[in-house]
Design a binder for this molecule. Sequence first.
Ligand code: PLP
Length: 426
Amino acid sequence: MTSPVWHPFTQHGLNEPIPHIVSAEGPLLHLADGSTLIDAISSWWVTTHGHCHPRIAAAIAQQAGTLDQLIFAGYTHAPAEEVARGLIALAPRAAGQPDLAHVFYSDSGSTAVEVALKMALGYWHNLALDGLADARSRILVLEHSYHGDTIGTMSVGERGVYNAAWTPLLFDVDTIPFPAPGREQACLDALEAACAQAPAAFIVEPLVLGAGGMFVYSADLLRAMAAICRRHDVLFIADEVMTGWGRTGTLFACEQAGVVPDIMAVAKGITGGSIPLAATLATTPVFAAHHSTDRARLFYHSSSYTANPIACAAAAANLAIWREEDVLGRIARLAQAMAERLTDLAGGPAFANPRQAGTIAAIDLVARDAGYLSDLAPRLRAFFLEKGLLLRPLGNTIYLMPPYCLDASQLDRIFAALHAAGEKFG
Ligand code: PLP
């Protein structure tokens, strides 16, 4: 029977297999036919502690029977308060920089970024109302970025085939070249020149540009970029949607550069990947610009499920896991095990450009006709599926982003399949 379901990022015309998953635990997905897949990308980079973590599942069940939903405009509840305090306590901080001290909830990474962009423009708009600054509206973005699929987030992301149909809806931005090796100074110079034009904000994925190609850059560059923004009074927005929750080896990637963004978007692993929730953290100056006795300048943004109590309870359980367990130790061990195997894989002729930040590892398969729209990625997907793996290459870039509970034998199975892919497709 043909399914009525329209899947995201799926070309139904290709008739690729769509596995039917019935249950999951840790890094494993169980199929209806009794077989099992290793979820090597944490189900779109979210299930940090593995699927169906008992503490998170119990928190969800308990909250679902206590308070399931509440309008969040002017009302509050304990899980939202607890998670906001927990996020503030864990957020990056540095001497001499305003702390991230305010938490605005939403329900996806895209929305958290949309909120960040709205806060940035709202900040300048409201300062201008007070005659304290000129209104600013330009956004600076980094080449190859991805921030989501809504109109605003597509506008600040790389333009390409995936958003070509909607170009008339997208707003104009200034693009700063990615600091690839040898182009670092060009990137910083371009940022300096663009900041001198008084834009509103610069948005970055700290340390790793994800969906745009898994490009890694150094903490020194991140620090230099943030310093340029600070010097020119340009708001620095960190999109930690992918890099947050330990992915790059620290809880948030910005920590490695000693950078405190003015606005920070988090999502994905905020609930351990169990249920949708997102948050946008802001400093007191950004918050204060929106709050006075003037109703015209309050922050006009909401959605029905803002700060849903069940999702917040899942996030509270995630924060408890982070507080009480050695998650960073687990991440460091997994990252080391991945690094050893990645080095070995890169030694062969079929692969190039190995790169890694924490438990994000990527490598390019050297293949003819490896463009984004070639059939290489679907063929690789099918190949890995046959090998019992959920992997979703980006063109010829194969990347891993496994749950932190993955064990050595599961990692060996993944790398054995990567070697085999090199032999078959390289
Ligand atoms: N920002 C970054 C850096 C992401 O990687 C993603 C998703 O992959 C998003 C934003 C959008 O998040 P969501 O898919 O939850 O809307």
